[in-house]
Write a protein that binds this ligand. Structure first.
Ligand SMILES: C[S@@+](CC[C@H](N)C(=O)[O-])C[C@H]1O[C@@H](n2cnc3c(N)ncnc32)[C@H](O)[C@@H]1O
Length: 461
């Protein structure tokens, strides 16, 4: 592979005697990974039902390698059911090393397309709130889709400059992840276009941006909260030196040791101005040391660990579900709190609890879109289908993976379901594959009108 001379020179300085091994690994094929959505299925169960060969990624509890030259997991119905996310193995590490407890307030500052946000959301277990932001509104659309496929409802999908979010969320979050825009040196093997991009915008360009993002994010973290900074690049300026800048600008922050792995390489204080020995708590992943492409991670805490205060913001109380929604909810196994509903233009959203005033923020989604109020009826949304578990809705049509009707459903075709629904069944049904919801269908006279979201349909032949 033709790597820029300036890049090779820098890597020689960083790696010393290991440089030759590093360069040699560019001749090896890239690694393909998938991460199990533990919000929908346990790792053990997934291993039992996964129809293609997977092997565990040793430093990620719910991560697996697959052979990307042999199988296409993105075309599988389980992918449409949100059972896993396809992700390069080292990129799974940042979210796995940020401790998340259900009920926390979590911000992912640079979240699109959702590789880390989907994991953070899954670990919140429907409680608390995930704010998933990306400055690019086009990329944020993909982020929203991935969060919805994963069944994450307690979220806000936002497209803002972090500097604007600061005004709305001062010291609000328990955990923050910054997977910063970077020069992408760790992606050269996976995506050759990154080499050209590096020549146009190298580490100096990104370091400036990263410094402004980390200090803005720091002001949104509550005292005692934790922040994880990551990049997919090797350069010291974008890594140790950005962390050093944060520690000097916000002295209340300190570095925290994270759960290790034998292939992790400690950060290098000797490549910084301060030489701060704490920088050895940061971690680099190199492709010649482990079976992943490359990443950098730093885990930080603001002040001393303190338990989270009870939310200062009182949620609204009272209210009543609109009649059409109340009727639909008779078939849903959990109660909705009417005070958390937000209705705009007939669209009904279920908002996370304890939010501050949000007017003025550029949103793609606030909360879980439950559906739409139409004339005297309620139409459930695709997002609600993905959020529900099979046992939480009264009327389901559960197909096995082998049943050809599943693939036809995902393509948007009308399917005959009399054999499993019975001739008298009618109304909204949750269509599932092996017990995992895929979307809605409206049943009448033994035929299922396909309500799978047109934009999500399987386009492959
Ligand atoms: C490394 S990618 C994030 C990948 C994502 N975390 C994932 O795992 O799928 C960096 C993202 O930062 C976004 N970005 C660039 N500048 C930003 C800024 N000032 N504030 C927030 N996001 C920014 C880019 O649009 C890009 O999507």
């Amino acid at each position: 592979m033709n790597l820029p001379i300036a890049f090779e020179k820098k890597m020689k300085h960083l790696l010393g005697a290991e440089f030759d091994k590093y360069i040699a690994c560019y001749e090896n094929p890239r690694y393909y990974g998938l991460r199990v959505n533990t919000g929908k299925i346990s790792v053990e169960k997934f291993q039992q039902i996964c129809p293609f060969k997977i092997t565990p990624i040793p430093w990620i509890e719910n991560g697996f390698y697959y052979d990307g030259e042999e199988v296409s997991p993105a075309k599988h119905p389980y992918y449409f059911a949100g059972l896993y996310y396809l992700q390069e193995p080292s990129a799974m590490t940042p979210a796995s090393r940020l401790p998340i407890a259900p009920g926390e307030r979590v911000l992912d500052v640079c979240a699109a397309p959702g590789g880390k946000a989907t994991e953070l959301g899954a670990r919140l277990c429907r409680e608390g709130v995930l704010v998933a932001n990306d400055i690019s509104s086009s990329r944020a659309k993909g982020l929203l889709k991935n969060l919805e496929v994963f069944g994450i409802g307690n979220m806000l999908t936002v497209s803002e400059e972090p500097g604007r979010l600061m005004d709305y969320f001062p010291e609000y979050f328990d955990k923050i992840l910054i997977d910063a825009p970077c020069s992408g040196e760790g992606m050269f093997r996976k995506d050759k276009r990154m080499i050209k991009a590096w020549e146009e915008h190298g580490p100096e360009f990104f370091a400036k941006l990263q410094r402004s993002i980390v200090t803005q994010a720091a002001s949104m973290l509550r005292p005692g909260g934790m922040m994880l900074y990551s990049t997919c690049t090797f350069d010291g300026l974008e890594n140790e030196e950005t962390v050093e800048y944060l520690l000097e600008s916000c002295p209340e922050f300190h570095l925290v040791e994270m759960e290790g792995y034998e292939g992790f390489v400690c950060g290098k204080p000797e490549h910084t101005k301060s030489g701060n020995p704490d920088l050895t708590k940061t971690v680099r992943i190199f492709p010649h040391r482990m079976n992943g492409e490359g990443h950098f991670l730093a885990l930080l805490q603001k002040g001393q660990a303190t338990p989270r205060m009870k939310p200062a913001l009182k949620s609204k109380s009272g209210g009543k579900l609109p009649d059409e929604l109340a009727e639909f909810c008779q078939d849903v196994a959990f109660p909705l709190a009417a005070e958390r509903l937000d209705i705009h233009g007939g669209r009904v959203y279920y908002m996370p609890d304890g939010l501050p005033e949000l007017r003025g923020i550029r949103f793609l989604r606030t909360g879980l879109l439950l559906g739409e109020l139409k004339k005297k009826r309620f139409e459930p949304s695709q997002a609600l289908a993905m959020y529900l578990k099979k046992e939480e809705y009264a009327h389901t049509l559960d197909f096995t993976l082998e049943d050809d009707r599943i693939r036809r459903y995902l393509k948007g075709e009308t399917i005959d379901v009399e054999s499993i629904a019975g001739p008298k069944a009618k109304g909204w049904h949750l269509v599932c594959v092996d017990g995992f919801p895929l979307g809605w269908g409206k049943l009448s006279g033994g035929t299922l009108k396909n309500k799978y979201l047109p934009g999500w349909r399987d386009q492959s032949v």
